[in-house]
Write a protein that binds this ligand. Structure first.
Ligand SMILES: [Mn+2]
Length: 346
């Protein structure tokens, strides 16, 4: 295991020889890769994306095999290792190690002890486990970028924007920009357009976030949203589990934070569940004091106490399957939650 003080030199030495593997789903993933690209000027083929499902991990593995990094520095950012995927990810790390690569992993999601132990076996440096103060982009800034002392203004700005987005904070200065970034990323993600996501990293690496490419993708997102919003709203239902209000709605191609925000605003729910029927994904958000990751875990998922996800793998969900999943969730919720904690807003 490397010492923290050896990291900047490692990045500097490998500036031409670096691969970034980052979270596909949000600006924290894009921003942390962009910061590395800003410093190292790596080409876009060296940026790869991952997520937590078996399907996406298989795709990442195929990409890594194709790129075949050798004696390089591979930096993972904004990705956790879920317990159900430890073996899959460990195998990927083993493969990278056997080709002489050095591996650095920087994340801020909750990890189990077992997952940290599995990753530590292969990583040369790792920051893993829940961090309530910093998102992945900020950690990359702090540990890999800032000590290099170049263009700190760029690094600080990207960190600030990623922080606001990842912790779902309001900001008069950046709200409009945050919406367009999140919507653009959601659009590319839903349409599985990896080359556009790579292009997005390259653009963010220039620092020009008011870019036409981004605003065009955002406008596509909005156009789809308009088509999908009515049926999403009509699907909204409120359930009770020991006095906890659980709002549920399903739809497609709606950015998860936005979808859950609409559910909680409309129903005043304590937990909001958005089911992405097209991709078989469930997104959870909850009010402070209520840990929705426990509910996500009943479907094999996980995440933060206030923002989590789960997946019914590789399935487009029809109404019967959605109903079955929701019934199961509400039953599980009755076991998990014993009424509102005092800390939770009533
Ligand atoms: Mn993040």
């Amino acid at each position: 295991m490397l010492n923290q003080s050896e990291l900047p030199e490692l990045v500097h030495k490998n500036a031409d020889n670096l691969y970034s593997i980052t979270h596909i789903a949000d600006f924290d993933g894009i921003g942390s890769a962009a910061m590395l690209a800003h410093y190292s000027k790596i080409s876009t083929e060296r940026i790869m994306f991952g997520n937590y499902s078996g399907e996406e991990l298989a795709r990442l593995r195929a990409e890594v095999e194709k790129a075949a990094p050798e004696n390089s520095l591979v930096i993972f950012s904004d990705l956790a290792m879920n317990d159900s995927k430890i073996d899959t990810v460990a195998e990927l790390l083993k493969m990278l190690k056997s080709s002489g690569n050095q591996i650095v992993w920087i994340d801020h999601h909750p990890w189990s002890e077992a997952a940290i132990a599995a990753a530590s076996e292969y990583c040369d440096f790792i920051i893993a486990g829940e961090n309530k103060d910093f998102c992945a982009t900020e950690l990359v800034f702090k540990h890999l970028y800032e000590p290099l002392g170049e263009d700190l203004e760029y690094g600080k700005r990207i960190s600030e924007i990623a922080h606001l987005g990842d912790f779902n904070l309001k900001s008069e200065k950046y709200d409009k920009l945050l919406h367009s970034l999140a919507g653009a990323i959601a659009y590319m993600n839903y349409s599985r357009d990896i080359s556009s996501l790579r292009e997005m990293v390259a653009i963010v690496a220039t620092g020009n976030l008011e870019n036409e490419f981004i605003s065009k993708k955002y406008s596509y997102y909005l156009a789809e949203l308009e088509k999908n919003m009515q049926s999403f709203r009509e699907s909204m239902r409120l359930y009770y589990a020991n006095g906890i209000k659980i709002g549920v709605a399903y739809g497609k191609r709606i950015q998860s934070t936005q979808a859950c925000g609409i559910i909680s605003e409309t129903l005043n729910s304590d937990i909001s569940v958005y089911i992405d029927a097209e991709r078989g994904k469930l997104h959870f958000r909850s009010k402070p004091g209520i840990d929705c990751s426990k509910l996500a875990a009943t479907l094999g998922g996980g995440g933060h106490p206030q923002a989590s996800g789960a997946e019914i793998e590789g399935v487009v969900l029809d109404e019967t399957e959605i109903k079955k999943a929701v019934d199961r969730l509400i039953e599980s919720a009755k076991d998990i939650y014993r009424g509102l904690p005092d800390a939770a807003p009533k």
